[in-house]
Design a protein around this ligand. Structure first.
Ligand code: ARG
Length: 583
């Protein structure tokens, strides 16, 4: 926590304290309203009351005392009293020097810190089901989860990403029976999973009028549970086929997991878990044999840990997963990135783990997200038939991105166009999931998602490429390497209001990353990226870089463009979005 704005805040607190006029505990500094021309302020009301003085008077006295005490190289610039407020402005030249230095020296690491050192977080995300395509719910979980992983790693936490694959449960009896009946699909990629889904549906339908089929599925389910070799082999084939199909899409999205244990991994632990819940009197065995949990909290309906036929449930596997994760990783937090419809499931799970004593040392967090709508305002759903699946979504995004790039007519080779289209298409899909609060619903509206002007990944990528293009043009004469360590006379030239505005904004990235972690909201970083691109646009319009009035000013602006590009790239990478060199 030692970035320029952190040091500025610490200095402000320290000069107030050194005045001896205010007790330490009452020094609370804030960011003033946007209309106030200051960067931090100290509202003196509480302190004034304490020392028995009226607030404006205290502010006046403090201003006089503090002004003389600011060290010459401080980040504090002007200090003034306005009514009851003591206002502090950043020192423009010192700010410019500090921010440029920080970004250019730290480069890829700018914004990172060690707040989370020594703490562990498990992120449970993506978690699609075997023998099915990944639909928008899993897509959202994958994208939001991966960004949270980037963010917490940047904050210094040890982060473990686990894809809790849906590879166990009653449905596998039917899946296997249908594969035995119809044979393995001969198709590739997502098509193969679509086939398995169709086979499953056909079998379930046929089962309704044919008790023999029903019995057949039941038998396979039983064999699988008992470890029968044929059943295991067919199940294994389903799992591997699904993982293979998904892997290609994960690669395209830049997603990688530390573990893919899947629900099946916990199977052997379930009897022990159920036993433990019974012994602790958290659960009760009913006459029919079912194990139920009730009365954990008056708002929770009764739920099952085991069915009367001995079968276990999704929730049983989830509680075993918590027990395992506690033993294996000793996490401080487990974050579940799952859609809002599973809210009740998680409330039950969290309540049960508290009752069983697992949640004492861990914070369980549900990061819920909203639904996806198509451009006509219809919610995407399997039942409605307008569901969108991951592979198809990514292919369409990239094809459309290619169209946008063709229109821009940048002189790119065919190969480069393809590479950039992949970055832009995938970036558009990711950004659409991350640019607003995850709880909100999102819309698949390609025109907005790929717009080169609005709040889209395309616009941000385009802004980055623009910075890089300016840098390439300037590079014959200038290079960052040659300008580092920085000539101390350069940064102080950056005092134009748009330069200052941009510098202050770049200085906020570390605090923005912290906030994104505290609130589990990548959109805070997306917002920062969008404002960066806009501020850069305003600066570039008003301050010529290559044609700056003097050579030193040109060099200073070149450094600012370089820092902007670097910071923007860092922000985008926390979202999982790549930044193209040309576009
Ligand atoms: N496979 C589940 C589904 O598709 C999501 C699993 C989420 N993770 C968990 N620990 N319950 O609905």
């Amino acid at each position: 926590m030692n970035y320029a704005l952190d040091r500025f805040a610490a200095e402000v607190r320290s000069v107030i304290s050194a005045s001896g006029k205010v007790p330490e505990a009452l020094i609370e500094v804030q960011v003033p309203k946007p209309s106030i021309p200051a960067d931090l302020c100290f509202p003196t009301f509480r302190a004034a009351k304490e020392v028995g003085m009226d607030a404006p008077r205290l502010a006046q006295e403090l201003a006089a005392a503090v002004s003389g005490a600011v060290p010459p190289d401080s980040l504090i610039g002007e200090v003034s009293a306005v009514g009851p407020f003591l206002n502090f402005a950043l020192h423009p030249q010192h700010l410019a020097a500090a921010v440029l230095d920080e970004i250019l020296c730290a480069s890829d690491r700018y914004g990172r810190e060690s707040t989370g050192a020594g703490k562990t977080i498990v992120v449970d995300y993506s978690s699609p089901n075997v023998a099915k395509r990944m639909h928008v719910g899993h897509i959202r979980s994958t994208i939001i989860g991966q960004s949270l992983i980037h963010i917490f790693r940047a904050l210094g936490y040890r982060v473990i990403g686990d894809n809790h694959l849906g590879d166990w449960g009653k449905q596998f009896g039917i899946i296997i029976a249908s594969v035995v009946r119809e044979g393995k699909p001969q198709t590739e990629g997502e098509e193969a999973l679509a086939h398995l889904e169709a086979m499953y549906t056909r079998y379930s339908e046929a089962m309704k009028d044919d008790p023999a089929l029903d019995e057949e599925a039941r038998q396979w389910s039983l064999r699988l549970e008992q470890g029968n070799a044929d059943a295991r082999a067919l199940w294994q084939w389903c799992v591997e086929t699904t993982l293979q199909v998904n892997q290609r899409n994960y690669d395209r999205l830049g997603v990688s997991f530390d573990h893919v244990y899947g629900e099946s991994f916990y199977e052997a632990m379930l009897p022990g878990m159920i036993q433990q819940a019974l012994e602790m009197n958290v659960a009760r065995r009913e006459e029919g044999g079912a194990v139920v949990v009730e009365g954990l909290d008056e708002k929770l309906p009764t739920f099952l840990l085991q069915r009367s036929d001995g079968g276990t449930l999704y929730l049983t596997r989830d509680i075993a997963t918590i027990a395992f994760r506690m033993r294996e990783f000793r996490p401080d937090q487990i974050i579940y990135v799952i859609g809002a419809p599973q809210e009740l499931h998680l409330r039950q799970l969290f309540a049960l783990s508290r009752a069983m004593g697992y949640a004492q040392e861990v914070e369980l967090v549900h990061v819920a997200f909203g639904t996806v709508f198509d451009a006509t305002g219809q919610a995407l759903s399997t039942r409605r038939g307008n569901m969108v699946y991951l592979e198809t979504l990514l292919d369409e995004a990239v094809a459309r991105a290619r169209g946008v790039i063709e229109q821009k007519q940048a002189d790119l080779s065919e190969e480069e166009k393809e590479r950039v289209a992949e970055m832009v298409g995938i970036g558009a899909v990711i950004y659409n999931d991350l640019y607003q609060d995850p709880r909100r619903n999102i819309t698949l509206d390609w025109d907005r998602m790929l717009s080169t002007e609005g709040n889209s990944a395309t616009y941000l990528q385009y802004s980055y490429a623009r910075c890089r293009s300016i840098m390439r043009k300037a590079e014959q004469a200038l290079s960052v390497e040659r300008l580092l360590p920085m000539d101390p006379t350069l940064a102080p030239l950056l005092i134009h209001p748009t330069e200052q505005q941009l510098l202050k904004h770049l200085a906020r990235l570390p605090a923005v990353i912290r906030e994104a972690g505290e609130r589990y909201t990548p959109f805070v970083i997306a917002d920062w990226c969008y404002t960066t691109a806009r501020e850069f646009g305003v600066f570039f319009e008003q301050c010529p870089v290559l044609k700056a009035e003097t050579p030193p000013l040109r060099e200073a602006r070149f450094l600012l463009v370089t820092a902007t590009a670097q910071a923007l790239k860092n922000g985008l990478s926390l979202l999982g979005i790549q930044a193209p060199e040309r576009m």
